[in-house]
Design a protein around this ligand. Structure first.
Ligand code: FAD
Length: 290
């Protein structure tokens, strides 16, 4: 049995290790874009604050996984999947620059390609002082530039947005939390809890701007790649706020581009591009999992 796993974080490594434990004779191969595995974004706030070192962001090391008998390809993006021939083609790290591809066949394929942070419709990711909060690279970039920021906006109202706002505020940064919903975390809590959350964030010095949309932006005159101001529309009120930087926490989009063309060919995707699976993680295509 040859099992190929695409993606080496929480989902991919759990499946790979479980498969190897359950079936010692199975050949288990993990292929991931990153140079590390088992990354835990839940600890990024602690890293940003300086409470932990970067090693603590990874639950396992590549060596420990290889020692468990798993073949691991790091920094090796998969560029093609053929579900009929049952093969994956990727750019192995050492050969990537030369454009040499490697193709492996599989008996079973686990698609654990995860998701990426979404941009704001005004394409804010394009500005160098705007960050997302999912990868080590982005949060490390923010950490290194932290001294430049006295005022920041966190855009979004999710758990990640609230966590980032609390972290920035605790680091002495004047923080705005800008959310189009009426309350932060409004998808998860009832009315009384939502009021208490708002009060608590206020007590932590976070200025919550709720029911708000960003209508326009200004960039620096000398440095047009720096975002400097946001035009906030809230009920009848429209005002500019000046910021030194921003964090986008607007949810994620599935990394399923590789499989979009297979839609209708057994591997169905939802409207947002996620691969449809049943209760057992099986898409409608036999021997393929997500
Ligand atoms: C700030 C933050 C805090 C969080 N806190 C918690 C928490 O406290 N508790 C909790 O349970 N969850 C938490 N989460 C959510 C949790 O981190 C995610 O659910 C989890 O990381 C998802 O893991 P995954 O393996 O499915 O996907 P991902 O982590 O997205 O990993 C997918 C991997 O696949 C790779 N990949 C993608 N495409 C390809 C390709 N073509 N070829 C090769 N490799 C590819 C990617 O590079 C990546 O390494 C948090 C998330 C964030 C952002």
């Amino acid at each position: 049995m040859k099992i190929v796993v695409i993606g080496g974080n929480a989902a991919g490594m759990s499946v790979a290790l479980k498969a190897k434990r359950e079936c010692k004779t199975a050949e288990v191969i993990v292929i991931t874009k990153e140079n590390q595995i088992s990354f835990a974004p839940g600890a990024l706030s602690f890293y940003l604050k300086g409470a932990i070192e970067d090693e603590a962001l990874y639950a396992r090391t590549p060596d420990s996984v290889r020692a468990a008998g798993i073949e691991l390809y790091l920094q090796s993006p998969v560029i093609e999947v053929d579900t009929v021939l049952k093969s994956v083609t990727f750019l192995p790290h050492n050969q990537a620059q030369k454009g040499e591809k490697k193709t492996l066949t599989y008996d079973r394929l686990m698609i654990a390609t995860g998701a990426r942070p979404q941009d704001h419709p005004l394409k804010l990711k394009h500005y160098h002082n705007v960050y997302t909060f999912k990868s080590f690279f982005e949060v490390d970039r923010l950490k290194k530039a932290r001294a430049e920021y006295k005022t920041m906006a966190v855009i979004g109202g999710s758990i990640v947005a609230v966590e980032v706002a609390q972290t920035l505020s605790s680091m002495g940064i004047k923080t705005y939390l800008i959310h189009r919903g009426a309350y932060p975390l409004d998808r998860y809590f009832g009315a009384s809890e939502k009021e208490r959350i708002l009060e608590s964030l206020d007590a932590q010095g976070i200025e919550c701007i709720m029911g708000a949309t960003i209508e326009a932006i200004k960039a620096g005159q000398l440095n047009p790649s720096t975002l400097t101001s946001l035009l906030i529309h809230q009920e009848q009120d429209t005002r500019w706020i000046d910021i030194d930087g921003a964090v986008l926490a607007l949810g994620v989009a599935p990394n399923s581009e590789l499989f979009g063309s297979l839609d209708g060919d057994g591997l169905e995707t939802t409207a947002n591009g996620a691969i449809e699976i049943d209760l057992y993680g099986e898409p409608s295509l036999q021997d393929h999992y997500a």
